[in-house]
Design a protein around this ligand. Structure first.
Ligand code: ADP
Length: 629
């Protein structure tokens, strides 16, 4: 008995007999004639699958899986699938196969399977070689076998072939199309008899490309050595994964562990012709489709089980499927989609952020748009407001200017009085000086003093004119740091004569300390003039005993206050809330704009104006302006 045979070959004897009986009983299979089995649809169909290398040996494991899946999905009968592995195919010098043959024969003698499926060339060869000993009457489907490996001479009427065609030329050609700068193709292959066969075949097909690209053959190397080489490949090299069943050191590589290790370490892309290796490790290209082979094989098996002749269901040479590429590998190796062969499919495309979060993005975009709309709306409004503000300031300045002209009427007497005084003095002093000069010995010192007086009076007159011009000047709103005491005092100076004439005492009580505020002198004086004129006008209507207007400036915390109070009748309580409204007036000739202008000017100075009645009678207007820092 060889240790290299998969299932321990049990010598026929009582234990084997028991095993066989158990197998038949378990499956509920009575030994019947073929036609009786076919007739009964509830009887399970018994299928034997012969594997070439092992049940987990890629790519054949994938072919077998695909066939079984198709069968289970489509079979109208219950299925009993028995699988056996021909491990001897893994070894270069396999031991004797006979014990394994004996084991199978004793297992199926008396209850042969309904069909045998061989997966891969070694299993096909084994099935053909031993069928007379094992299942002489049982039909066999040879699948996942390359057409060059089909032993046609020994095919019988009970055999169906589902072969494939390995078109390595197509593989190399597509590699050069996808990566046109490729200079070297390193072919990875093991050393099992099957792999040796393919080494020669691939070399033969590679000849066509030798003028364009250099081939390196990683056959006969240990897999460790292959890994070392693959980790330091020169630029423009690609790896072609042929097969790795048994490496040069005699190590068997099952599943896709070897390929995964290679993929992890290699500094070059890996191509293959089997889609069993696609989807994580290889870039792709024209490949066999295990699904397609699985479908065709299952179809043939079912037709044979239904009674069709095996020969008539053979499928010769399934070609490579439409080229498929792994998008992730393409990104990794910088493969341009434009270089792919026409009609290629690109799989595993990672959705971009837009595809993954489409709704969230739409929502965010909508919110951003809405916000942008709101912001631009607000900016637009803000701009309009600022324009309106500037315009209203302009209008205010114009209105204030007109208002000042109106006030000039009131001021005429005052101005005339103020001018008359210095002019009268100048005249008197000039006449006195003339008389003195006519004398025999004029007192020059006294004349000098008289001239000094004349000059002083002249300056006083000039000052009156300057103030009048300044208050009538049409200026834009301009702020500067000003002393409020001085500004108020100057405004009061204009009205002193008016008050005197009307027999009104106009008193000014400035704050003891300087009150610096930021403001426009002309505008603030306009406010004070308006309020004092209003107070004088209010007093004109009353017979009050003490007819006086008192103007006070005082510091109140962070504010400077100007209080203008009179002893007049005050403001009717019902009117208090309206006095600052435009066109509110109780005077027959009034315009009702004075207080409106006052309030607008004060607010433009970030200040406040309040109208109230004093408890002792008379109105009190308080202007509060922030002290300049
Ligand atoms: P006008 O002087 O043209 O009437 P104003 O806006 O200056 O316009 O004043 C509006 C109204 O406020 C006046 O008509 C008057 O009724 C009232 N007012 C203003 N100042 C006083 C005051 N010192 N005493 C009593 N009433 C006043």
């Amino acid at each position: 008995m060889s240790g290299r045979i998969a299932v321990a070959a049990v010598k026929p004897g009582w234990p084997m007999m028991v095993a066989r009986l158990w197998l038949c009983l378990c499956l509920g299979i009575a030994v019947r004639s073929g036609s009786a089995i076919a007739a009964d649809r509830t009887e399970p169909k018994r299928i034997v699958v012969l594997h070439s290398f092992g049940r987990d040996f890629r790519p054949w494991s994938e072919y077998a899986r695909s066939v079984k899946a198709e069968l289970e999905q489509q079979a109208p009968w219950p299925l009993d699938i028995q699988e056996h592995t021909l491990l001897s195919a893994r070894f270069n010098n396999p031991g004797p196969e006979q014990p394994f043959v004996d084991y199978l024969r004793s297992l199926y003698e008396g209850c042969p399977p309904d069909i045998v499926i061989s997966v891969g060339a070694p299993a096909a060869r084994f099935g053909q070689k031993y069928r007379t000993q094992l299942f002489p009457e049982t039909p066999m489907v040879l699948t996942a076998v390359e057409q060059r490996l089909v032993n046609r001479a020994e095919l019988t009427d009970r055999d169906a072939v589902i072969s494939v065609h390995n078109d390595f030329a197509a593989s190399f050609s597509s590699i050069l199309q996808v990566l046109p700068d490729t200079r070297t193709i390193a072919v990875v292959l093991g050393v099992s008899p099957l792999e040796k066969f393919w080494l020669d075949e691939i070399k033969r097909e590679a000849k066509l490309f030798e003028h364009r690209v250099l081939f390196e053959w990683y056959s006969g190397l240990s897999f460790q050595e292959i890994l070392t080489r693959a980790s330091a490949l020169p630029q423009h090299t690609v790896l072609f994964w042929g097969l790795m069943s048994v490496d040069g050191a005699g190590v068997t590589h099952e599943g896709d562990a070897a390929l995964r290790r290679l993929r992890a370490i290699a500094n070059a892309p890996i191509f293959s012709y089997q889609d069993a290796f696609f989807g994580g490790q290889t870039v792709g290209g024209p490949m066999h489709s295990t699904a397609e082979s699985g479908r065709r094989t299952a179809d043939a098996v079912l037709r044979i089980l239904a009674g069709e002749k095996p020969r008539s269901v053979s499928v010769e040479s399934i070609q490579f499927a439409v080229p498929r590429y792994d998008w992730r590998e393409m990104q990794r190796w910088g493969i341009n989609e434009r270089n792919l062969p026409q009609g290629s499919e690109v799989l595993y495309r990672e959705p971009n952020i837009w595809e993954t979060y489409r709704w969230q993005m739409v929502l965010i975009a909508a919110v951003i748009l809405m916000q942008a709309g709101l912001i631009s709306g607000l900016l637009h409004q803000h701009r309009r407001r600022r324009l309106a503000e500037v315009e209203s300031r302009q209008r205010l300045a114009e209105l204030a200017h007109v208002n000042r002209y109106a006030a000039v009427g009131e001021l005429t007497t005052s101005i005339a009085h103020e001018l008359n005084q210095p002019l009268g003095s100048i005249l008197t002093n000039a006449e006195t000086a003339e008389l003195m000069l006519k004398g025999a010995s004029p007192d020059l010192d006294e004349i000098r003093e008289i001239l000094a007086d004349i000059r002083r009076d002249d300056q006083r007159a000039s000052e009156v004119i300057r103030r009048l011009r300044s208050i009538l000047r049409k200026t834009p709103f301009e702020t500067a740091e000003i002393d409020l005491n001085e500004t108020v005092g100057e405004a009061i100076g204009f009205l002193r004569a008016v008050a005197d004439r009307r027999k009104i005492a106009l008193r000014y009580v400035p704050a003891g300390n300087a009150l610096d505020v930021k403001g426009d002198t002309v505008q603030l004086q306009q406010v004070i003039l308006n309020l004092i004129i209003n107070a004088i006008e209010a007093l004109a209507e009353t017979e009050a005993r003490a007819r006086e207007v008192v103007v006070t400036t005082v510091r109140a915390g962070a504010f400077a206050e100007i209080r203008i109070e009179d002893s007049g009748p005050g403001i009717a309580n019902s009117n208090l809330k309206d006095v600052f409204n435009p066109f509110f007036t109780t005077k027959p000739q009034g315009m009702g704009m004075g207080l409106t202008i006052c309030r607008t000017i004060v607010e433009a100075h970030r200040g406040q104006i309040i109208a109230e009645n004093k408890p002792t009678g008379g109105a009190l207007f308080t202007i509060r302006l922030p002290i300049a820092e």
